[in-house]
Design a protein around this ligand. Structure first.
Ligand SMILES: Cc1cc2nc3c(=O)[nH]c(=O)nc-3n(C[C@H](O)[C@H](O)[C@H](O)COP(=O)(O)OP(=O)(O)OC[C@H]3O[C@@H](n4cnc5c(N)ncnc54)[C@H](O)[C@@H]3O)c2cc1C
Length: 415
């Protein structure tokens, strides 16, 4: 029997988890990644309980989570600019949701996903990972992609996991929706700082915020905020700085990406309201990146012909709920569940029905999370269109038990 050939475009969190979820008998999976995968940005990332449950329990990646030095995030601590703790919100979710909110250094998590995709110990054949392979064109009906070097790859099924600036999306939609600058804020993110450097050189900072404590700390002044936390079990400390667009002084039409360079002086200027003991730690970071916050309106479909969009390519969202990567992981779980048992190349009809089932199972949930993430970035006074309270929304996010179970449940919708 010929193998079921699957090509995945993009080796980010969506692409690698899709590869892990889709591994199985008689499947040949190839991941095409444009970069050399040797420079994942050094920021922290968190997985919400809905995603950590899938990674740990559905895919059995316990060993990989440990190797990625994941940390359970025990809660939020909010400080004023005098360094006084003004609010503390415990986050432990195991008792209620059976899974935790986990924090990682992005690179460690990505490396471990790569290990699992390439492992010889998991079901099916190891994934073929082709780096420096940029896709420039796609024919959804024929099931083919064209690489920058002119090479063409054909497949029975193509997963487009090529991120917010997807080149494949326009072939699926037959139009080009642009990621929207939100006007609300942009983010600077620092290469993580070693905690021992902070302990040695920034005693004032450490007397107020212990860089090894398993908490997410926030410091807020007017419309700027810092979100910080430990990674690698306390070995490093990560910082993300959110600022309004008008204070970023960047070209709003520029295509920003994870690896755009930030400017430390501009950043210090923007954060001049913050105390010196706080901003003084920025200089210890070896690298500063800049990312303008963008998202997408919900798309009219995620599939066409032999191609399906997942992750940020399908539903890029603002990071205010920390759900971007987690939703990509939910998509991958859905691929695994709905393609289970399909071991031979599916006919166009079976493939189309399977992709539509996934779209139906995922679309309203993801669209609501996109909308909620957008609203959380708005000033408090602006009119809200999502009626769920934050605690209800947390429950909505975290009670997720996989795409098939979800599609049988009663689903809250937008007002
Ligand atoms: C500052 C910041 C903090 C965040 N924090 C969190 C968080 O704490 N929790 C959370 O859940 N989410 C978070 N997110 C969001 C999360 O990172 C994204 O939603 C998630 O990484 C999406 O994964 P993806 O694989 O779909 O896209 P990407 O990570 O963008 O990956 C796409 C991949 O495709 C490759 N690619 C692109 N085009 C091509 C092409 N033409 N050919 C071949 N390869 C291609 C790219 O090189 C890349 O490797 C954060 C985002 C930002 C910016």
């Amino acid at each position: 029997m010929p193998p079921f050939r699957i090509v995945i475009v993009g080796g980010g969190i969506a692409g690698l988890t899709a590869a892990i979820a889709l591994r199985g008998p008689n499947r040949q999976i190839t991941v095409l990644e444009q970069s050399r995968l040797n420079k994942e940005i050094g920021a922290l990332i968190s997985l919400q309980p809905n995603a950590s449950r899938i990674v740990e329990q559905t895919w059995g990646l316990k060993k990989e989570l440990a190797a990625a030095r994941s940390m359970v995030d025990e809660g939020f601590r909010i400080y004023n600019t005098d360094g006084a703790l003004v609010n503390s919100v415990p986050l432990s979710t195991t008792a209620e949701y059976g899974a935790e909110r986990l924090c990682f250094h992005r690179r460690d998590f990505h490396d471990q996903l790569k290990e699992a995709a390439l492992s010889t110990e998991r079901a099916g054949e190891p994934v073929i990972l082709r780096t420096a392979s940029r896709v420039v064109d796609c024919d959804p009906e024929a099931g083919s992609v064209t690489l920058e070097d002119g090479g063409v790859l054909s497949a029975d099924f193509i997963v487009a996991a090529d991120g917010i600036h997807s080149v494949i999306r326009k072939h699926v939609l037959q139009e080009e929706p642009s990621p929207l600058p939100t006007g609300h804020s942009g983010e600077f993110f620092f290469e993580c700082i070693r905690s021992e450097i902070l302990e040695k050189e920034e005693p004032d900072f450490c007397s107020k915020i212990n860089p090894r404590d398993p908490y997410t700390s926030m410091m807020v002044a007017h419309n700027c905020r810092l979100v910080m936390g430990p990674g690698r079990q306390g070995e490093v400390f990560g910082i993300v700085a959110l600022v309004p667009d008008e204070q970023m002084n960047e070209d709003p039409s520029a295509k920003q990406s994870w690896v755009a360079e930030g400017n430390l002086e501009k950043m210090l200027d923007t954060f001049s309201e913050f105390p010196k003991w706080m901003t003084g730690i920025f200089k210890h970071s070896s690298d500063l990146g800049l990312w303008q916050l963008r998202d997408l309106d919900p798309l009219k479909t995620w599939h066409r012909g032999r191609v399906m969009l997942i992750g940020d390519a399908a539903h890029a969202m603002l990071p205010t709920q920390g759900q971007g990567a987690s939703q990509a992981i939910e998509d991958s779980e859905a691929l695994g569940a709905y393609f289970e048992g399909i071991t031979e190349p599916p006919s166009a009809e079976i493939l189309s029905q399977t992709m539509e089932n996934i779209f139906q199972a995922r679309y309203s949930r993801v669209s609501l999370i996109q909308a909620y993430s957008r609203e959380a970035a708005k000033p408090a006074a602006e009119k809200k269109t999502v009626t769920l309270r934050p605690d209800e929304f947390m429950k909505f996010n975290c009670m997720y038990k996989g795409a098939k179970a979800w599609s049988n449940q009663q689903i809250p919708t937008m007002a």
